[in-house]
Every structure is written in C-alpha cells, then in structure tokens.
Design a protein around this ligand. Structure first.
Ligand code: ADP
Ligand code: MG
Length: 676
C-alpha cells in the first residue's frame, strides 16, 4: 500500500467513477487526499457583525429571553426569543415550527441556522441544530456531475481511514514546531473533517505552508545544482572597470552602483550566475549591462547581448560603441538581415576570439554560431523571449553567466515564485534631473483637445506617439482601426507634419524601418498599435496619446508611457477612455496618480491576478492548490527562507542524506511537473 496507489483500490470505485475521478485530476490516493475543500458550509458559526444582510448563517449563543409562542390566523404560529451572542443580542423568530419551542431553554446554549436581517438585528430561523452537529463544518469540494459532493466525501473519508498511517510529514519537524504547524495526518483530517473552524484554519495554514515549502525546496535545489554544475569564476580587472566608469558621460546613480556591485561579485564567484536585473523604463539598465560585459572582457572572455528586435539591437550597438570608445574592445552587430559574406567574417572572428562583444537578435542563437569563450550573456527585455530561446543561449554559449534584464517590474510574489530560481537585482531609482511625465486622463470627447495639444508640441519641434488598442479577437480590426486613425491624423496635420504607421502586420524589417525613420524625425507623429512597447529610444518625442486606454493592462500602459520622457523635454501622456467598469476606472486613476512602475505592478497584480501580469504563458507561475502566493506572500517568503537554509545545510557527502534528498526531489518534481 502506498499513497501512489490508484484510487481504483478504494471500494466503490468502478470504471465509471474512475473515469469521473480522472476528469477531476484525481488518479492516486495522494491526489484524492490533496483534493481539498473549496470552503466549508455556513454551518460554521459567526458573529452578527460578520454577516451581511439577507445572508444565511448559523449563530451560536445563549437563549436570553423565555421563548414566546404565538398562534394566529388558521394554524399559524410564531416563536420569538432573544439570543445573546458574545455581547450582541439578536431577536430570533421561527414561523410555523411550534416544536422548536421544546429545544429552547432560557440560559442554555443553542445554535440556530437562518437568514439574518442586519438592520433590525433579527434572525429568521430555519432550523435549530442538534447539539452534536453544532460545531460541525461541512466541506464543499470541487465536484462534478459524475462525482458529486457526497461521493467525494465518502471516498475521501475511506482513504483517510485506510491510508492515514502512510501520511508521513514532508515538512521537517524543527520547522513545523517553529511555525506551529500541524503534522501531515492532523492537517489532512483538519482539511477534510474539521471539528471546528479553528482546526480547519490551522489545517489550511499547514497545507499552504507545505505546498510553498515543497515548491521552494525544488527551486532551491535546482538553483544549487545549476550553480554547482555550471560554475566558473570570471576574474575581471577591477582597476580597468573603475577607469571605465570614470569615462562615462554621467555619474552612475546609487542604484546603478549597487547592482553593478552585485553583478560583478557574482561574476567573480565560482558559481553560475543567473540574475534578473529589474529596472523601470529609463532607469539606465543598458550602461549596467555594458559594465558587466566590460568586466567579462577584462577577464579575457567574450560577452553577448541579445535584444528582441533589430532596431533595439542596433540602438544598443550604437550606444555601446559610444561607451566603449576604447580601442581594446571590439563590438560587432549581428543581424538577420546581414549578407552572407560579412556574416561569415563575423562568425570566423567570433570563433577565433577576435570579437569581444557580440550584439544581436535571435540571430545570436543560430546553431552555426560558436563563441571562443563566452563568459556572459545579457538578455534585454527578457520577457520578450520564450523559455526555449533563453535556454538556447545557454547551450550555444556553453552555459555562460546570465544577466536577464526587464523593465516589467516584478512584484515580490512573482520574483520568488515564477523567478524563484534567479537572483534579483533592482534599480529602484531614476537618474537625477528627469522631469516626471505628466499624465492626464481624458474622456473620448476631449480627443480634439489632445490633438491640438500635440500640434503645439510639434510646433516646438517635438514628436508624438498615438497608440491604438489591440483588440484581441481580431488583428484585422486592429490594423483597420490603426489605419483609420492614421488617415485622419495625416489629413489633419498635412502638409506641415508627416505621420507614420506601425502595426503587427508589418514584417520585422518593415517595423524596424518605420522606427528608424521616426527616430530620424522623418515624420513627427507615429500612429502605432502596441508593437512600439519595447524599449526604442526616441528622446525627441514628448507626447504619448493612448486611445481606449482602458483596454490595456497597467503594466502595458506603463511600458507605453515609458517611451516618452527620455530626453530634455517635459513629456506628457494622455489616456483617452470612457471606462465602463470599475476596474477600468481604477486603472486610469492609478496611472494618473503614480509613475512608479512597482506601485503599478502591485496594483495590476491585485486587480488582475498573478498570471495576467506577465501573461500566463511566460509567467511560469505554477497553480497552487491551497496557498495563494499573492495574499500569503509572507508565508511564501518564510518558506523560501527555510528552504534556502535547508539546502545550504545539507550534508552532500552523506550518502544516506543524498538518497533521501533525491527521493525528496523526485517527489517535489512530480508535484510541480507543470512548472517548466
Ligand atoms: P532602460 O533601463 O529603460 O533600458 P536606458 O539604459 O535606455 O534605460 O537609459 C535611459 C537613458 O538614461 C539613456 O539615455 C542613458 O544614457 C541615460 N542614463 C543612464 N544612466 C544614467 C545616469 N546615471 N545619469 C544620467 N543619465 C543616465
Ligand atoms: Mg532598455
């Protein structure tokens, strides 16, 4: 007998029920036992202050007035009495249940189930609960038509009885004691057949912690294995690095200094670096990447920078060439559009170690590319790349240290779950002297005012973006919509100012051409769908106008807004929308109130749930059964701390411990098989 046994082994489970259980995702006894109740029925007693008007509830209290039975009409009755619950009095009335009177005695405790009317503090009684079921909680499970509540209950109770001796603890005892958690057996009973609300709560707390802890153990073990297996110390030249910093055209912000220190310390350590660099749009990540790459080069190694679009790669190549205005660093740009000849030359030089820094797009992860000795790979706007592409970079470069950069602020919750295997550095400060972007929320009928405002900006020599929304159901409609806006604005601004158009139907090359032309000020207004989101720098643009802004998520709006405010000009963002929902209104208000990406990301997380913030596909956020990493963040952090501690103190030389560990690992892997 083991917890891995099929649920078939339970009596009462034939082929039909087995099928039904499979549909609920229940295959083994362990699955069945971890099929936890969604909630418990309202037989749980409450206080009047916890109950809304018209809700069904059970009150438990002392009968504080002699029940009075009144007869009226034709065989109609009414019983009235008062119930003292803690220090609140509730008037209880039962209609047409004269027998209830026998169960109610002055000064005795009783539990009454009924409908509460808050304003008049009255309870319309439905029934009196039997003494022994007074505290009983009825579990409500996620059930189905084939496997209804009752069946689940019976099967779970059967499994609990048969398998309870096999429920060994997964959380080490010392940790259980420290956080006053239940044993696994107590937890299981507490979840499925709690004696009271307190026990149910304690069980849920334990189950959440167990889930978080196993999850964190797995992440920490993976991280440790990775660091141990692919480690390498990059012994950079600190003097050179310092000198290089002095040649920069600006003083680094304190936040930049801090993250540079974190990164180079990691490079020097003989372990594999897997670091996420977060910094709001405009916080200056590029120069940090430049310093890290320079450190690797000063240690005689190569570095690579991968960007999501050609224009961004070009922009980086140009910026970095300016930074590295020194002869001893050779930077090359590798693009998809490159001709065969020059491309071959670059590949040869790369392989011979004559190129120090290679910048490019996905072109960097083509199979025919071989580095001489790649020490560091930087991935810009990492959320634009899939998991596979990131893995590929490691393969091609023989596991270089990785620095992944993102302008999407990642709240703690996601940082320690979806990105748990990475170390995180944060640039939490913008360079001094930036003028904060002014944001205004306008109604649709104020569109003309916004356009007039844009015209004034154009007259002063600035450029502007106009963003049209992405309506998910139809890309064709989006493009049509963008086209229509483009035509309108072209007419409006002609002949003095030119308008350009950018949308998802264009090829990458065409998109890059449009962006490049805008950057050259060949046209002054760019109408675009969200394809401009990614970090292209046009410092001369001062206005971002977003149409139907309530169709965008907060993170996206923030990214879009970050396209302006990159130069000397005072910049403006106009959100045009008539939101129809409270969420829409809240999003607009949040955008106007703050320009802090972290605050907005947290708000976004609260409004939309974790999966959406990064997009479900890429978030990698596993589905937790019991725990809620957003609301139980502190517990998740605690579980992480304990897991780190435990992994660090493991005695790797001890064979028996290793054996236990590998069992543990495969167990946790199994549980989170969907995580990768
Ligand atoms: P992002 O983090 O969005 O990629 P960038 O690296 O593109 O930001 O930097 C935005 C702008 O700020 C660039 O023009 C860059 O040269 C400038 N910058 C970066 N760091 C500083 C600093 N410490 N002081 C002044 N300007 C800076
Ligand atoms: Mg950037």
């Amino acid at each position: 007998m083991e917890l891995n046994d099929s649920v078939e082994t339970l009596s009462g489970v034939g082929p039909k029920r087995l099928d039904g259980l499979h549909h609920l995702g229940i295959f083994t006894i362990e699955d069945l036992l971890s099929h936890f109740p969604l909630r418990y029925s309202d037989l749980a007693t409450k206080l009047p202050s916890q109950v809304g008007s018209g809700e069904k509830v059970t009150f438990k209290g002392i009968v504080s007035s002699e029940p009075v039975l009144a007869r009226y009409g034709y065989r109609k009755t009414r019983i009235n009495f008062r119930l003292l619950i803690e220090h609140e009095n509730v008037a209880v009335t039962f209609f047409n249940q004269p027998w209830v009177q026998d169960k109610i005695h002055l000064g005795e405790e009783v539990a009454v189930y009924g409908t509460y009317e808050q304003r008049r503090q009255t309870l319309m009684g439905i029934r009196i609960l039997a003494k022994d079921s007074m505290d009983e909680l009825q579990a409500t499970y996620p059930a189905s038509k084939e496997i209804p509540q009752k069946t689940l209950k019976v099967l779970i109770e059967q499994a609990l009885g048969k398998y309870k001796t096999l429920l060994v603890d997964l959380i080490p005892e010392s940790i259980r004691i420290r956080y006053q958690l239940l044993s696994r057996v107590e937890m299981m009973f507490g979840m499925h057949v709690p004696k009271d609300g307190i026990q149910a709560q304690a069980a849920r707390r334990t189950a959440s912690f167990e889930e978080f802890f196993l999850f964190q153990m797995r992440i920490q073990l993976l991280k440790m294995t990775d660091q141990a297996n692919h480690g390498r110390s990059i012994k950079f030249d600190n003097n050179k690095l310092k000198k290089f910093i002095q040649t920069l055209p600006f003083e680094l912000t304190n936040a930049q200094k801090k993250v540079v220190n974190e990164i180079v310390a990691d490079l020097r350590r003989p372990k594999h670096m897997n670091r996420l660099l977060q910094g709001d749009v405009g916080s200056g990540k590029t120069v940090v990447a430049a310093l890290a790459m320079y450190a690797a080069v000063s240690a005689g190694m190569q570095a690579a920078l991968m960007a999501p679009t050609e224009i961004l790669a070009q922009q980086h190549a140009k910026t970095l060439s300016q930074f590295f205005d020194v002869k001893d660093v050779r930077i090359e740009l590798l693009t998809g559009a490159m001709k065969a000849g020059p491309r071959r030359q670059i590949l040869t030089d790369l392989e011979n170690g004559e190129i120090d820094i290679l910048i490019g797009t996905h072109a960097l992860i083509q199979t025919d590319i071989a580095f001489h000795n790649l020490g560091l790979a930087v991935i810009d706007e990492q959320h634009r790349f899939g998991v596979k592409q990131r893995a590929k970079l490691r393969e091609i470069g023989m596991n270089p240290d990785i620095l992944a950069m993102t302008a999407t602020p990642i709240p703690r919750t996601l940082a320690i779950t979806a990105y748990g295997e990475m170390d995180v550095s944060v640039i939490d400060q913008l360079p001094a002297g930036r003028r904060p972007i002014k944001t205004e929320w306008l109604r649709n009928n104020e569109f003309d005012n916004a356009i007039k405002f844009i015209q004034k900006q154009l007259e002063s020599g600035a450029q502007a973006y106009v963003v049209t929304p992405l309506i998910e159901e139809s890309e064709t409609l989006d493009v049509q919509n963008a086209h229509a806006v483009y035509e309108d604005l072209m007419q409006y601004f002609a002949p003095k100012y030119q308008v350009g158009l950018l949308h998802g139907r264009l090829s990458n090359q065409e998109k890059d051409d449009v962006m490049a032309a805008f950057k050259q000020n060949e046209f002054q207004v760019l109408v675009a769908t969200t394809v401009i989101e990614v970090g292209v720098d046009v410092p001369n643009s001062s206005v971002m106008l977003i149409l139907d802004a309530d169709r965008f998520g907060l993170a996206q709006l923030h990214q879009l807004r970050g396209r302006v405010g990159r130069g000397q000009r005072q910049s403006y963002t106009f959100l045009i929308s008539d939101p129809k929902t409270q969420f829409g209104i809240e999003r607009m208000e949040a955008m106007v109130q703050t320009t802090n990406g972290f605050v907005l990301a947290q708000k976004d997380l609260e409004l939309r749930g974790a999966g959406d913030v990064l997009g479900n596909r890429q978030s990698g956020l596993p589905e937790f059964k019991v725990g809620d990493p957003v609301n139980d963040l502190i517990m998740m952090e605690t579980a992480q701390q304990e897991a780190i501690e435990m992994v660090n103190t493991l005695n790797w030389a001890d064979q028996s411990e290793n054996l236990q560990l590998s069992q543990f690992l495969s167990e946790t892997m199994e549980r989170y098989r969907n995580f990768d």
